[in-house]
Design a protein around this ligand. Structure first.
Ligand SMILES: Cc1cc2nc3c(=O)[nH]c(=O)nc-3n(C[C@H](O)[C@H](O)[C@H](O)COP(=O)(O)O)c2cc1C
Length: 305
């Protein structure tokens, strides 16, 4: 079955991306060598979120397993913009699939620098704007406010003709209002959901488990929340939605397509099975067939009662 599709002009051989920060392709390449490229699990690679300056990330602990999910407070460790462009980008450009680079800043001026320097690189097909990471205070502010999201988009839109994708936070009452703001500001797509604000208590000591007190929940536990939000947002905007949140297999991926997503992303499941993206793709023809679809496009065009 032909699974080829596109997301805001980026041609894809299939509808399966990775969620930003959930698949370290450079580390995987070091372990698996060229076999990773020959059988790359995703149809498009989304980088870990890049910030202006190098960051060590949050103090430990940073992970907590929950029933059907996990909480992380990784805190965006990374090499900063210069380190990413010099050291990481060449390797990511060699993965054999289109590359989307995720960026985040705590002020518009820094977002402008990030977008303009990343967009000038031919290897980059699109840019995702992380305005929703619940671990970094500044990211939350923009993504919680429709007007701030629209203003950010209006500042960034003139910088590049490359697709700009706004990653939405689920930690608002009405994500569709933020999506409408993103679209009004000129976004080409939205991706959703980021992690859901969450905390855990240390089982042995009377304190919070995570070093910074709270983090973001992901995995199958958040899937019903993500499906509801994808439905609401895709009904409210004309731009395409990249759907994610607890996808583990082809069936759950197809649920997101039926909820209104054009393409999907696999996140937390990659930690359990680095080939999860391939499993989703391999299972899609049968999953589509079981629901009576002859093609991916038929499912993308379907609407639910
Ligand atoms: C360990 C971890 C790190 C993440 N890092 C980022 C990140 O750097 N940027 C971002 O936009 N989202 C990040 N996310 C959120 C995921 O991309 C995704 O939106 C979320 O986990 C929901 O999908 P899932 O339930 O399939 O994991 C991270 C998630 C996890 C679990």
């Amino acid at each position: 079955m032909d699974l080829s599709t596109d997301i805001c002009g980026i041609e894809l051989s299939g509808p399966v991306l990775n969620g930003s920060g959930t698949f370290d392709a450079l580390a995987a390449r070091r372990v698996f060598g060229d076999s990773l490229i020959e059988d790359f699990p995703f149809d498009c690679y989304v980088s870990k979120t890049i910030t202006m300056n190098p960051r060590p990330g949050n103090p430990p602990y940073r992970l907590w397993e929950t029933p059907s999910g996990m909480i992380n407070s990784i805190g965006l460790p990374g090499p900063g913009l210069d380190g990413f462009l010099e050291r990481d980008l060449p390797g990511l450009a060699g993965l054999g699939v289109p590359l989307i680079v995720s960026v985040m800043a705590d002020q518009v001026e820094d977002f402008e620098v990030l977008v303009s320097r990343v967009a000038t690189r031919d290897e980059v097909a699109g840019i995702e704007l992380n305005v929703s990471c619940p671990n970094v205070h500044s990211g939350l502010i923009v993504g919680e406010q429709p007007s701030e999201t629209e203003a950010l988009m209006k500042a960034l839109r003139p910088i590049t003709e490359k697709p700009l994708i706004v990653k939405l936070t689920p930690n608002v009452a009405n994500p569709q209002e933020v999506a409408v703001g993103a679209e009004a500001g000129g976004a080409d797509a939205v991706s959703m959901i980021n992690t859901v604000k969450a905390a855990a208590i240390d089982p042995g000591v009377n304190r919070t488990w995570l070093g910074v007190g709270a983090g973001g929940l992901s995995g199958p536990a958040v899937r019903p929340i993500a499906l509801a939000q994808v439905r609401a947002v895709s009904a409210s905007v004309g731009i395409p939605v990249i759907g994610m949140g607890g996808i583990t297999d082809a069936e759950s991926a197809l649920e997101f397509i039926l909820a209104g997503a054009r393409v999907v992303a696999v996140g937390t499941e990659n930690f359990r099975d680095p080939r999860a993206g391939s499993s989703v793709t391999e299972g899609l023809p049968a999953a589509l067939g079981r629901r009576g679809f002859g093609s991916l496009a038929e499912a993308q065009a379907a609407s639910l009662d």
